[in-house]
Design a protein around this ligand. Structure first.
Ligand SMILES: [Cu+2]
Length: 178
């Protein structure tokens, strides 16, 4: 732990200038449909990004990645302990646990965004989306949980789910997020 804190302090000033892998819009209302734009700010020490795997936390009822030209989408699922009713009256028996885009090549000095449409939980709180960035040379794990007052060297993309407004945030609800 001591090493980790020292490293975080050391990287503090550098980290603030770099974009890491983050969510473009880090706040959204509970129960809403939210398009998470996972932003890859740079490569691995200059090496181009060739894959991004994003873990979808418990509490996200549905997650649908947007196809991206030049990239292949892979969706991982796991069975639910207990089936739940779906949005269209069907029975849902599994959930998306991770989304991976691979096969592309994002130059190390450029950025891009990878979109996932998600149904957010009804309860406010913070959600983490640990991400693995694979590059032509090397790999970065953006999986650090936030700690009060500290700048982590590899923070996981984080979303703050705010109390539902009952307003515009749920505008897609009537269309089932599609
Ligand atoms: Cu960075």
């Amino acid at each position: 732990m001591r090493n980790r804190i020292a490293l975080a302090l050391l990287l503090g000033t550098v980290g603030s200038a770099l974009a890491h892998v983050t969510l473009a819009e880090p706040k959204a209302g509970a129960g809403s449909y939210y398009v998470g734009a996972f932003r890859v700010g740079h490569g691995c020490s200059g090496s181009p990004t060739t894959a991004l795997r994003i873990e979808i936390p418990d509490g996200i009822a549905s997650a649908r990645p947007q196809p991206k030209p030049g990239w292949t989408v892979e969706i991982e699922t796991a069975p639910l302990a207990k089936p739940v009713p779906g949005e269209m009256g069907e029975t849902v028996t599994s959930r998306v646990t991770a989304v991976t885009l691979n096969g592309g090549s994002l130059p190390g000095d450029q950025f891009d965004q990878f979109l996932v449409l998600m149904k957010l939980p009804a309860v406010p709180g913070q959600l983490l989306f640990p991400a693995t960035q694979t590059c032509a040379k090397g790999e970065e794990h953006w999986s650090d949980a936030p700690m009060a007052g500290m700048r982590m060297p590899h923070p996981a993309p984080a979303l703050t789910v705010t109390p539902a407004t009952g307003g515009g945030d749920t505008s897609m609800g009537g269309m089932h997020g599609m």
